[in-house]
Design a protein around this ligand. Structure first.
Ligand code: ATP
Length: 439
């Protein structure tokens, strides 16, 4: 496979997402609301699978990471201490000719307006804070201000002590969280790549300071491998260390996992070595003792933090793009999403060969048998060939066909999305067989 992305891929994915019910523009019947999106029947399944696949790798399969679900609304003190009130800004410039606004650091040529083409038309850059502010309770104004979190990470620092005391973990250990974050982005765009409301998957890994470099390298490798394991081809993925100028003031090292989007390599996830910046800042501002007492050395210390921070919605888009293929089968075009089985919206589809009443009871029985174990679709409309194509286009790894023979031999046909090969399987063995295929 070539690394160069198909120039039409972006439009094809946006179109597929709308047409098949993955992603809809938000508030569409009112003309839409810029850069916000709703996840439809297939999108909600796929997005949930992306988050579950992350949770499985980060929490379920490990004994050194625990989960958390912290509040989205938070008081100014949190963001004062974390540095977000002062520093969570992007440089904003206005074009004096067409009045369009841009993020200076994302402009290809800062002397040329990409909207109207005027030269040297930008105002001086001013720092624009990306946090959404609102107020709690019936009274507006000072003392009632609250912020929508711009990242999930602070929840882990605020609960460091709670988790330490209740989970019996000790460094090296991590706290993981998946949830919504909000940023008043200056230039949202590229579909769900950059939106003002999005979902993050973040983990703070607390380590003894002397081990921090080891764990930083470990997490860079782990996170890179996670995307490979879930279907992103190696030639469309890279791990890019930040150069010194890019690093945040508190970070001694950061690397981004980048995917080859149609516009070039761009970030899916950042892995940052944050040192002891966050725990120290919150300890100082709150008066809480955010330290670990090491009984073996009889010493208190502030753990260092390695943070892999990924975007769920952005990753879903990358998975869709990497999985999309068009091919010809027996002279007919076929669109197929070769999604990893853990990421695909449905794992199986049950398709009675025809809509005849005689087949429905067995087909429903097969659906009921599979539904407790796998996310299953059931479809009895249209000719079987068209239904296979519909399932291929949304990435369903296996189609189970119930035909007239099934009534006699109590067996069904299992069709593989990628090879299109069909095998006959007794209904009695179906759950075990599909389990075997999906591990
Ligand atoms: P960028 O430089 O693109 O603005 P960032 O480096 O500020 O992003 P982080 O703060 O490291 O992003 O957030 C971690 C992850 O959250 C990103 O890698 C991305 O996947 C996701 N993310 C951040 N901002 C957005 C957004 N506006 N829309 C969708 N996903 C986002």
């Amino acid at each position: 496979m070539s690394a160069a992305p198909d120039p039409e891929l972006f439009d094809k994915i946006v179109n597929l997402c709308k047409r098949r019910g993955f992603v809809f523009p938000s508030a569409e019947i009112y003309g839409g609301f810029r850069s916000t999106y709703d996840y439809g029947p297939l999108g909600v399944l796929m997005l949930r699978n992306v988050k579950n696949a992350w949770w499985r790798s980060m929490v379920q399969l490990r004994d050194d990471i625990v989960g958390l679900d912290a509040a989205i609304l938070s008081p100014p003190a949190v963001w004062e201490a974390s540095g977000h009130l002062a520093n969570f800004t992007d440089p904003l410039v206005d074009c004096k000719n067409c009045q369009e606004r841009f993020r200076l650091d994302k402009l290809e040529d800062p002397s040329n307006c990409p909207s109207c083409g005027t030269k040297d038309s930008f105002t001086e850059a001013r720092q624009f804070n990306l946090m959404f502010k609102t107020h709690a309770g019936p009274v507006e104004g000072a003392g009632h201000e609250v912020f929508l979190r711009p990242e999930t990470a602070q929840g882990m620092f605020l609960n460091f002590k709670n988790v330490l005391e209740t989970s019996r973990k000790k460094p090296p250990f991590g706290i993981a969280q998946v949830g919504k974050s909000f940023r008043n982005e200056i230039t949202p765009g590229n579909f769900v790549f950059r939106t003002r409301e999005f979902e993050q998957m973040e983990m703070e890994f607390f380590v003894p300071p002397a081990e921090s470099q080891h764990w930083y390298e470990y997490w860079c490798q782990q996170r890179y491998d996670w995307y490979l394991e879930h279907g992103i081809p190696a030639e469309q993925l890279r791990l890019r260390p930040h150069d010194a100028a890019e690093l945040s003031h508190y970070s001694s090292a950061t690397s981004d996992v980048e995917f080859l989007f149609p516009w070039g390599f761009d970030e899916l996830e950042g892995i940052a070595h944050r040192g002891d910046f966050d725990l120290k800042a919150h300890a100082e501002a709150s008066g809480a003792r955010l330290e670990f007492f090491d009984q073996t050395t009889n010493e208190h210390y502030v753990p260092h933090v390695i943070e892999p921070a990924a975007g769920a919605t952005r990753t879903m888009m990358a998975f869709l793009m990497a999985a999309y293929a068009e091919e010809e089968v027996n002279g007919e075009p076929r669109t197929v999403l070769r999604l990893h089985h853990r990421i695909a919206p449905y794992q199986v589809a049950v398709l009675p060969l025809s809509k005849k009443d005689t087949l429905t009871p067995v087909a429903k029985e097969v659906f009921q048998l599979l539904a407790p174990h796998f996310m299953c679709d059931y479809d009895e409309t249209q000719a079987i060939g068209r239904r296979y194509r519909r399932q291929d286009e949304v990435g369903t790894p296996f189609c189970i066909t119930v035909d007239f023979e099934s009534l006699e031999d109590r067996s069904v046909t299992v069709r593989d999305r990628d090879t299109m090969l069909q095998t006959r399987v007794p209904i009695a063995n179906l759950v075990a067989q599909v389990h075997g295929l999906l591990t």
